[in-house]
Structures are given as structure tokens and as C-alpha cells.
Design a binder for this molecule. Sequence first.
Ligand SMILES: [Zn+2]
Length: 247
Amino acid sequence: MTRTQALDELVTANRILAREGVVDSFGHVSIRHPDRPDRYVLSRARAPECIEVDDLMEFSCDGTPIDAAGRKPYAERFIHGAVYHARPEVRAVVHHHSPSVIPFSVTNATLSPVMHMCAGIGTRVPTWDSHATFGDTNLLVTNMEMATELAAALGDRPVILMRGHGCVVAGLSLRETIFNSIYLQLNADLQLKASGLGDITFLSEGEVAAVLRTRGAFTFERAWEFWCRRAGRPYDARAMDGPLAGA
Ligand SMILES: [Zn+2]
């Protein structure tokens, strides 16, 4: 994938998350730099629906802009660099505040897959509480110290919730990360609905593993094409990224 394709895909990812209601004026998505694995690419501070290629900035993993050119970065960009630093295999990171997931971050209800399409969120989604270490803050992750602790709490999982704030989703490709961000939101909605009806039977660990074993790049591709159409963005099948590309 060329650098131009990678940047276009990142614009598309922003528009998809906005169109699907995962982000509003806030929330962001980054990719690891296609040529410099010690850097990532993230928009300047702007609502995802509005983002254009010229808004995309490069950062070192400590959150320093490479060439800001007068552009103001997101205050919470540190989340992305901390995850890329801790997880060499990760190619894309989303941070969002979907209202659907917040109830699970502020109660003892554990978010777990209730539907096969949502298996990618992990068997049990943990919650990181910034208050435990950092006390009374505005809850934003605005430095590497907080971001590093958050990334450590994420560990090798795909998703972590942030108490009273939102979540982080990390994946092996941009398409996978967007896919799991959208299905995380759907799972939260479904689990909340189901909890009002009675006791929930969640997917077993074996079922989650079986779903993920049989999931190939075609799954993400089929969804990506659909979401591109809904977001009014061109679909580029050649831009498939990640280790599953061509599977
Ligand atoms: Zn946030």
C-alpha cells in the first residue's frame, strides 16, 4: 500500500466512524506510519466527519509532532503512541466515547460478546480507572504517564474501557480496528437490551476462538466496502492492510 493510499484510508476510517455514530465531534483513529514503525499518523484536533488528508499529522510515539505546520494536535494523542510502543504488532488504534459503552465502564457489569459478529472485542472487556493512580483529573489522557498505564492495562487485548470516559480499540489492521470499534458499540447496545429481559448467555471462550479462527480478511473487506458506501467514500480494495491481507 502506498503512503497516499494509507492516508486516504485513514480519512475514510474517520468518516466511517462518524457515519456509524461511534464518534461525534470527539474521538479519533490513527494508523502506524506505513514506512516508519516508530511513528503514527493522526489528524489534527478536528471532528472526524470533517477530516481531510491535509489534516493528517505524523507523531513520534511520545506524542511529539514531526511537522505540526501550525496545526493543533489532539490533547489525547498520547493514547495512540503508548499503544504502538507497547504493541509492535498493532497497526491501528481508535479512541472513542460511544455512549453505548459508557454504562459498562461505570458499573460492575462486564462487557462480553453476546453475538458472533462481536467476538473480536475479546471474551471479557476490562475497564481502566484513571482515578486509581491519578486521582481527580478531568479524565482526559493528556500525557505519556497516563497513556502508558492505560496501554499496560490493555495488555494484549483488542479493547479496554476507560471509566466515565470511553474506550480504546487496537488491531492488526485499520479495517479490523474499525470493524471491532463498530461491533463493540453494537455489542454494548445488545447486551444492555438483553440484560433487561433476563440472564444473558454470552459466547463461550471456545466460541469466540472459533469465530476468530474462521474470520478472514474477506470479512473485514465486505464490511469496509459497505461502510465506505454509507460514508460516501471511495472503496479501494487494493488498500487492504495487515497480516490478513490476501488471506
Ligand atoms: Zn477521550
